[in-house]
Design a binder for this molecule. Structure first.
Ligand code: PEP
Length: 254
């Protein structure tokens, strides 16, 4: 049985003071999640990681939204894995569609970052998902298959087991237009099939999240689908009340 995971992607939101206030208010909801066997985490911006890590319930995962695969050097504007580790961070989101669109992040670049994270005993959350155009052309599956095969290329079974996947159709991110439970489950079950082809039975242990306009009102529905192991949530993860309602929705979906 895969443990459910709720991960809040704060994107480019919150000052350190705002992030700290959220962290300080989250203690009880994190305990509630733990008591209901749910992993819970937030992904602040780089400048907020340390303050969130220092002020949030230690049972809460704190994730970065990106990293560089090199340890140090002439990479202006980048943040390395040892730097993240030094402030206690061991999870990193990679390949989010916004980074693919605005920063030219490719599945191949994600592959190098995933390998570097795994070599450092950290957890990559690898995002995939198609555009509206690809969805409407009926090409979702071949598109995400390529993203998965390239992003996870050459991983051992032992390493693949440690990766978290997030399926996020781009047309559902921040649009209020969520994919139906059936579409999400169908694509996620397909992704699990691709993982089975690549890594065998280990695929049954890999958590695959759905992301795209998940809200307190619809989270339980997604969680009732057999292959959906949690949610990567943007907008609805920003306020403590809404984040708490998401946790409650997952707890009540069981
Ligand atoms: C996201 O940022 O990964 C996301 C799914 O955003 P939203 O929940 O706002 O659609």
């Amino acid at each position: 049985m895969r443990k459910k995971l709720l991960l809040g992607n704060w994107k480019m939101n919150k000052t350190p003071a705002e992030a700290k206030a959220f962290a300080l208010s989250a203690s009880e909801m994190v305990e509630y999640a733990v008591a209901h066997n749910i992993d819970v985490g937030v992904a602040p911006t780089f400048v907020c990681l340390q303050t969130v890590k220092e002020n949030i319930n230690p049972k809460c995962i704190v994730s970065a939204q990106n990293c560089n695969e090199h340890d140090h050097g002439a990479y202006t504007g980048e943040v390395s894995i040892p730097m993240l580790k030094a402030v206690g961070i061991d999870w990193v989101i990679l390949g989010h569609s916004e980074r693919r669109e605005y920063n030219g992040e490719t599945s191949k670049a994600c592959n190098a970052k995933i390998k570097a994270l795994l070599a450092n005993e950290m957890t990559p959350v690898y995002c995939c998902g198609e555009s509206l155009e690809t969805f409407e052309a009926g090409k979702t599956k071949e598109f995400v298959e390529e993203q998965i095969k390239t992003g996870l290329a050459d991983l051992t079974k032992e390493d693949a087991e440690k990766v978290v996947i997030a399926y996020e159709p781009i047309w559902a991110i921040g649009t209020g237009k969520s994919a139906s439970k059936e579409i999400a489950e169908d694509t996620i079950a397909f992704i699990r099939g691709v993982l089975r082809e690549m890594f065998g039975e280990v695929a049954e242990k890999i958590r695959i999240l759905y992301g795209g306009s998940v809200k307190p009102v619809n989270v339980a529905e997604y969680m009732s689908a057999p292959d959906i192991d949690g949610a990567l949530v943007g907008g609805a993860s920003l306020e403590p009340d809404s984040f708490k309602a998401l946790i409650e929705g997952i707890a009540n979906s069981k």
